[in-house]
Design a protein around this ligand. Structure first.
Ligand SMILES: Cc1ncc(C[n+]2csc(CCOP(=O)(O)OP(=O)(O)O)c2C)c(N)n1
Ligand SMILES: [Mg+2]
Length: 514
């Protein structure tokens, strides 16, 4: 038993059962030890953004961390965008980064870099193991830090010599840190605001947008007439027929301003007060309207569903709130565009599906068209760093092998972490990927005009056009072992989506949009 065994067995002893890896020479003892510890599932990603995004998707669904295994600073650097999204999603992740052996580091060999500085902005906890005797305790501390409410990325840097030498016994710990209960002051403050008779809204986020929190928030809304809202990009939203419907704030500042217009009270439950994603000339950054008072019912790390239940009881709310009815759009016909694509998804979304949504502009109407579909989960682009959808879909499928994962995937964002398909094929992940192929960075065409830049000339347009040459997603998927078809009409798309959803295992449908 060497340090690698100690590390892996301690992870297992703390409930970490999946390790998503992209290893290098400094992680070879970890890799070798995997054969001795078959209880640890090990999954290979062919790029670190796949690894970190898959850990995020897994953690969003299980609320238990997966471990990563990354190769020194450059490997971590490649994985940072999706660690950023995981941080914004408050997902527990144990981010294991290998380093050179302690006695080798001072030679400054080519792969040497400042790993901790790279890790810090995306991690709530960073520790470099420095002694074999503390490897097990450091690993327990990493899992504890990842799980600490509301959850986050804990980075453990492990020098190679600690994995090949003796590091003592593995440890185990039952870690289930509880969120902090919310004080009565906060509840009473919200009661007062919601009973004021003035227009009010409850803005939910974090774990307030899963069943328990949503039911409580909808009870509050039913009792007080407050508007029920959710943050723009929730990490995991439970929705569909039988669940309370919640309106998400819009991505564009103007939309959010319109949604909040006239509000005098905004009660925050697990969400931050809304701000604009970007600054635009003449558009405010803070999106809380003037004259609207913000009341924090429960914040990050608090027991948000518990606080909402206390609030619901305090306002004498009915036990059962109104819920979304079961309705589906008809199967669409005609041209394949954002509208008909959304109708097809609404007509076919299976019960219990997990939707990894990186549909971007072309996916904008899918939420409305699936509001009455059977209950499902919706995973959003929490941190705005694109290239999340395919890895998160992969991790969600690893977490929930008995559920169908539907990845709504815009073409430009797909090209960041397309290698996810290979992992899906190798692991038999039950993921249907829909590529929304509009041949463009369409959102940036819109943003270009919104920021007040000069009208685009041919060179500027060339930076936003990804249709020259046209990407062939059917061929790209086939090249990674995922069966794929291409649809150019609504009828073709609906047929192909139905077939992909009916068959187990990975499949891809390329929707060529008009
Ligand atoms: C990591 C990262 N790089 C770049 C961007 C800037 N960016 C935002 S949207 C976008 C293009 C999205 O294109 P696509 O996924 O095809 O969606 P569409 O806009 O066409 O709906 C880019 C490059 C980003 N948000 N994150
Ligand atoms: Mg696009």
């Amino acid at each position: 038993m060497n340090g690698a065994h100690t590390l892996i067995r301690t992870l297992l002893g703390c409930g970490v059962e999946l390790c998503v890896t992209n290893p290098g020479t400094s992680e070879m003892h970890f890799v070798a030890a995997l054969d001795d510890v078959p209880e640890m599932r090990a999954v290979l990603g062919l790029f670190e953004g796949v690894v970190t995004g898959a850990a995020d998707g897994y953690g969003r669904m299980t609320r238990r961390p997966a471990a990563t295994l990354l190769h020194l600073g450059p490997g971590l650097g490649n994985g940072i965008a999706n660690l950023h999204n995981a941080r914004r999603a408050r997902t527990p992740v144990v981010n294991v980064v290998g380093d050179h052996a302690t006695h080798h580091l001072h030679l400054d060999p080519p792969l040497t870099t400042d790993i901790e500085s790279l890790a810090r902005p995306v991690s709530r906890w960073v520790r470099a193991c420095s002694a074999p005797g503390s490897l097990a305790a450091d690993t327990v501390a990493a899992v504890e830090a990842a799980l600490g409410p509301p959850g986050g990325v804990a980075t453990l840097v492990v020098p190679a010599d600690l994995t090949w030498g003796e590091a003592g016994e593995a440890m185990s710990a039952r870690l289930a840190p509880a969120p902090a209960p919310v004080g009565d002051d906060a509840v009473q403050g919200a009661v007062k605001a919601l009973r004021s008779g003035e227009p009010a809204a409850v803005l939910t986020g974090g774990d307030a947008v899963q069943r328990r929190g949503l039911v409580a928030a909808a009870r509050v809304a039913a009792a007080t007439g407050a508007r029920l809202l959710a943050e723009t990009f929730p990490a995991r939203l439970e929705r569909g027929a039988g669940l309370p419907a919640v309106e998400r704030l819009g991505y564009l500042a103007e939309f959010t301003l319109a949604q909040l217009a006239g509000m005098r009270h905004l009660v925050l439950a697990g969400a931050a007060a809304p701000v604009s994603f970007f600054a635009y000339p003449g558009v405010p950054g803070v999106l809380v309207p003037e004259g609207c008072e913000v009341h924090v019912l429960a914040g990050e790390g608090d027991d948000v569903p518990g606080a909402l239940e206390a609030l619901a009881d305090a306002v004498g709310a009915p036990a059962r709130p109104p819920v979304a009815g079961a309705t589906r759009p008809d199967r669409p016909a005609g041209a394949l565009d954002a509208q008909t694509l959304a109708a097809a998804v609404g007509a076919l979304l299976p019960e219990g599906a997990i939707v990894s949504d990186e549909g971007n502009t072309a996916g904008i109407v899918v939420p409305a068209m699936t509001a009455g579909a059977p209950p499902h989960d919706w995973l959003c682009l929490t941190g705005g760093a694109i290239g999340q959808g395919m890895p998160v879909a992969t991790g969600a499928a690893l977490a929930c092998p008995d559920r169908k994962v539907l990845n709504l995937q815009a073409d430009g964002s797909a090209m960041y972490t397309l290698q996810s398909l290979w992992t899906q094929a190798r692991e038999g992940c039950d993921v249907t990927t829909v590529i929304l192929n509009n041949g463009s960075y369409a959102i940036l065409e819109l943003e270009l005009s919104r920021v007040g830049a000069a009208p685009p000339g041919p060179r500027a347009r060339g930076m936003l056009d990804i249709g020259r040459p046209a990407l062939d997603f059917v061929a790209l998927a086939a090249g990674m072992g995922v069966p794929a078809t291409r649809a150019t009409t609504a009828e073709e798309f609906t047929d192909q989506l139905g077939r992909a959803l009916a068959a187990p295992g990975p499949a891809l449908v390329e929707a060529v949009l008009h």
